[in-house]
Design a protein around this ligand. Structure first.
Ligand SMILES: *[C@@H]1O[C@H](CO)[C@@H](O)[C@H](O)[C@H]1NC(C)=O
Ligand SMILES: *[C@@H]1O[C@H](CO)[C@@H](O)[C@H](O)[C@H]1NC(C)=O
Ligand SMILES: *[C@@H]1O[C@H](CO)[C@@H](O)[C@H](O)[C@H]1NC(C)=O
Ligand SMILES: *[C@@H]1O[C@H](CO)[C@@H](O)[C@H](O)[C@H]1NC(C)=O
Ligand SMILES: *[C@@H]1O[C@H](CO)[C@@H](O)[C@H](O)[C@H]1NC(C)=O
Ligand SMILES: *[C@@H]1O[C@H](CO)[C@@H](O)[C@H](O)[C@H]1NC(C)=O
Ligand SMILES: *[C@@H]1O[C@H](CO)[C@@H](O)[C@H](O)[C@H]1NC(C)=O
Ligand SMILES: *[C@@H]1O[C@H](CO)[C@@H](O)[C@H](O)[C@H]1NC(C)=O
Ligand SMILES: *[C@@H]1O[C@H](CO)[C@@H](O)[C@H](O)[C@H]1NC(C)=O
Length: 744
């Protein structure tokens, strides 16, 4: 198959021969027809209605001493007698003022009423109830009858409730949700019943987990009712490829039929539209291959003037005359992901990854999907000049990935296997099932370039070897087109599982978790460690986590842990190491931990949560966000000649003047000589032109350009012996925003 290849070759999706494609079809066939059906996102069309059930639902928790009470008393069969009001979607933990609810572990209950329109019954529509994500185990009843059960947060599940609906009166949906984790759930958790009566009262239950974020629970994503005709499109799979400037879309449409006596195979028409609605081409058949001459490829943000280009694939199944027609429109990005031993390519162009790990986390909402936060996050991602993030440490909302597809953000899609241990066969089966659900949901997304099997497992254990080998094989059988990896926190000599991965992904925290306070060691350690990984495995290396915690507003010089200054210096030292390693050729990218501060369990190492964010939990920038922005835009500028945003150019000017100021060369502050010297030393033209424009601008005479104080300037300038152009280069790499008056 495509993914088994010599290490010097380029691993590529265009190796997916016709045979490979049919193998995928067969695999999908076995998987999808037996155990699970498709999981297309509910989208309105001329044949489908979509109704959102989000809003304020009734909520109650089981008494801690009697967790089975709701089942015994059949809380699902009638309206709750007692309840509190609970927003859906949201985690339930942080919206009340009650610690029992915040820290609740066990069965919690939700209830809501709705009225399906009578026309659904008249038109004999199939009606589906779909949950985007309920954490963790969910049991759903409609009108007192069980509709479905699902175990696992972060992924959707649905039930055909056509037969359970009542028309003309209120319908009652009840959801019981249990956030208890154990050794066969992903992630794992531990329930303990301590027997030390000197410390714990009888019956006391303790719940622990190793993963480092709050175990939020509840109905986290939208709840939809949607309809389809009796014969309906159950799933669509697309695999795209490029052939010079042409695009290729191979597709498979799977359909289901609720009518027993279907006369014949329904007709299927697939039509491709440009983003502006113009028709490209149309083909017939439930499987096929579409050729788009001079295609608009899907490109990551800041690699092309039109990133995130999406075609629309309109699938029409059935005939209006005989069985009614089902129509579904799928956004499709045409792109190819490949890699060799040193380099990662999008559409054959070597591509560096600039990003971070994130969390689905915010004030009050916990892990609940919230549109203002979603859009704010994407505005901050593009403001930073980042082109990627990892869905650490679980699959994110489909709505978030829709944005990634459309904006052109590359995604490393991670399973919920965070910090797993105890590699049993039972856990492996669960893990395979989760990978199947993940790939099924997200296989068509151009934004997803890698699958991550998990984060920081105890992969020094020998049992992890067989476990991850089997898991890679399983995931490759579901999707041979994307890179498969997991994120390790082990060292190259101890890790047992990285050998099976396509890309080496490493989390490492020099000067934070190890050698705390010693930022002078960062460059040495990062270089040695990453080189060791590449030498051992001859694979591309990606840094998936590094960073330092900072409490916003806390400053110190010399810097000290938890200050913003320390976080900035930690990042800057890493930047220098990465620049050296890019020259070595095998480093494919850098990802900071974390995009924003987030909630963790209460711990003495966590002052109100994890503070490693570039942004606060409220999504406002720390000092580290500014230097990261500077770094990421500069990397984009250096690789594909992206024009810097005006304010960053201004910062460059300030920085340049700061250098002169520090070097006590006030004569250089006269425009002519400054420009001449900078030009002579090879300063880049874009900066010079803008500087020229700035100094001509009467409002900002050069001498008046705010320049750094000694402190800031010292901060910016690393080595006074360097030439001006080296200094300018440093500025472009590292400089930051603050400016005051020049100390003459
Ligand atoms: C990987 O691709 C890059 C860019 O095309 C090339 O420079 C490098 O030699 C290739 N590496 C291997 C091991 O083939
Ligand atoms: C907190 O919620 C629990 C569970 O609903 C309830 O038993 C308890 O009385 C509440 N505590 C307060 C102070 O309201
Ligand atoms: C649900 O919660 C209870 C109480 O914490 C726990 O004992 C039980 O194992 C959980 N059941 C499931 C299916 O998760
Ligand atoms: C662990 O939790 C899962 C899902 O909640 C449940 O199905 C399973 O029975 C539990 N296992 C044990 C050993 O409690
Ligand atoms: C109490 O718990 C400990 C540790 O879980 C166990 O080793 C011990 O046997 C238990 N003692 C009793 C009396 O159950
Ligand atoms: C793990 O495997 C290695 C070699 O494959 C072996 O040397 C080592 O003893 C094993 N460790 C354990 C704890 O079994
Ligand atoms: C995974 O596939 C490889 C290549 O086919 C094979 O050598 C290996 O034994 C498989 N791993 C497991 C655990 O089956
Ligand atoms: C960089 O972009 C600018 C503006 O689009 C263009 O004028 C210039 O020729 C480009 N330079 C290179 C080296 O591509
Ligand atoms: C930048 O480049 C352009 C074209 O190469 C040139 O005309 C212009 O003088 C340059 N600007 C500076 C400030 O050197």
């Amino acid at each position: 198959m495509a993914f088994v290849s010599e290490s010097t070759e380029q691993y590529t999706s265009n190796f997916i021969t016709e045979m490979g494609f049919w193998l995928i079809l067969l695999t999908l066939g076995t998987v999808l027809h037996t155990s699970i059906c498709g999981m297309l996102y509910p989208r309105e069309s001329e044949s489908r209605e979509v109704v959102l059930l989000d809003g304020i639902w009734k909520f109650r928790v089981s008494p801690t001493e009697d967790q089975e009470k709701g089942f015994a008393e059949k809380w699902f069969s009638t309206n709750f007698e007692e309840w509190m009001q609970m927003p859906v979607p949201s985690s339930y933990n942080d919206v009340t003022v009650n610690a029992t609810v915040r820290d609740f572990v066990g069965w919690a209950w939700y209830q809501h009423e709705f009225y399906p329109p009578k026309r659904w019954w008249v038109d004999e529509q199939r009606v589906v109830l779909r949950f985007g994500s309920v954490h963790y185990t969910a049991v759903v009843w409609v009108n007192g009858k069980k509709a479905c059960e699902h175990s696992g947060g972060h992924l959707p599940f649905e039930a055909d409730i056509t037969q359970l609906l009542l028309y003309g009166i209120a319908n009652l949906v009840t959801v019981a949700v249990n956030n208890t984790l154990n050794l066969t759930t992903l992630p794992q958790g531990y329930v303990q019943h301590p027997n030390d009566t000197a410390r714990y009262p009888p019956g006391y239950v303790l719940f622990h987990h190793d993963f480092d974020f709050f175990n939020y629970a509840g109905i986290h994503r939208p709840v939809y009712l949607y309809t389809t005709p009796q014969i309906y499109i159950d799933d669509i799979t697309v695999i795209t490829d490029t052939d010079q400037d042409a695009g290729i879309i191979k597709y498979i449409v799977e359909y289901k039929n609720k009518q027993v006596d279907l006369p014949s195979t329904p007709q299927c028409t697939v039509t491709v539209f440009e983003q502006n609605g113009k028709k490209v081409t149309s083909v017939k058949g439930v499987t096929g291959k579409i050729h788009i001459p001079k295609a608009n490829f899907w490109w990551p943000y800041l690699t092309n003037p039109h990133p995130g280009y999406l075609y629309t694939l309109k699938v029409s199944l059935g005939s209006k005359r005989i069985q009614g027609e089902d129509v579904y429109r799928l956004p499709v990005g045409v792109r190819k992901v490949t890699w060799n031993a040193t380099t990662f390519f999008i559409n054959n162009i070597p591509t560096h990854i600039r990003g971070f790990g994130k969390h689905e986390d915010s004030n009050l909402r916990g892990k609940g999907l919230d549109y203002p936060i979603l859009i704010r996050d994407y505005n901050l991602i593009t403001w930073l000049g980042a082109n990627a993030y990892r869905t650490s440490h679980y699959p994110y909302a489909e709505e978030a990935l829709d944005m990634a597809d459309a904006v052109g953000i590359m995604i490393i899609a991670e399973s919920p296997a965070c910090t797993i241990d105890y590699f049993t066969d039972e856990l492996l089966e669960k893990h395979k099932e989760v990978m199947t659900e993940m790939v099924r949901r997200d296989k068509n997304r151009p934004s997803i370039v890698m699958w991550s099997l998990g984060n920081e497992p105890k992969s020094f254990r020998n049992e992890s070897r067989e476990y991850f080998s089997a898991l890679v094989n399983h995931t490759k059988s579901l999707d041979p087109t994307r890179a498969v990896t997991f994120v390790t926190s082990q060292t190259a000599d101890k890790d047992q599982a990285v050998q099976f991965m396509d890309i080496v992904c490493v989390n490492r925290y020099p000067a934070w978790y190890s050698d705390s306070g010693q930022t002078d060691l960062i460059q040495l350690q990062v270089k040695n460690e990453l080189i060791a990984w590449h030498l051992k495995f001859n694979k591309p290396v990606l840094v998936t986590e590094y960073g330092a915690g900072s409490v916003i507003g806390m400053h110190m010089t010399p810097s000290s842990m938890w200050t913003e200054d320390y976080q900035v210096i930690t990042l800057k030292e890493h930047f220098k190491a990465f620049d050296t390693l890019y020259k070595e050729g095998f480093l494919i990218g850098e990802m900071i931990w974390n995009f924003a501060d987030f909630a963790t369990p209460q711990e003495y190492t966590r002052p109100g949560g994890c503070k490693k964010g570039l942004f606060t939990r409220e999504r406002q920038p720390k000092m580290a966000a500014h230097i990261t922005r500077w770094r990421y835009w500069t990397l984009a500028h250096n690789s594909v000649n992206v024009t810097l945003p005006d304010d960053l150019l201004f910062v460059a000017m300030v920085a340049i003047v700061a250098v002169f100021c520090v070097r006590k060369e006030p004569h250089a502050l006269s425009t002519g000589s400054l420009l001449q010297r900078l030009a002579a030393e090879g300063a880049d033209n874009q900066s010079l032109t803008t500087l020229q424009a700035l100094v001509r601008e009467p409002l900002i005479p050069l001498k008046g350009i705010a320049v750094g104080t000694e402190r800031i300037a010292n901060y910016l300038v690393h080595d006074m012996s360097k030439t001006i152009s080296e200094q300018v280069h440093n500025m472009l790499q590292f400089s930051i925003l603050p400016y005051g008056t020049c100390h003459k």
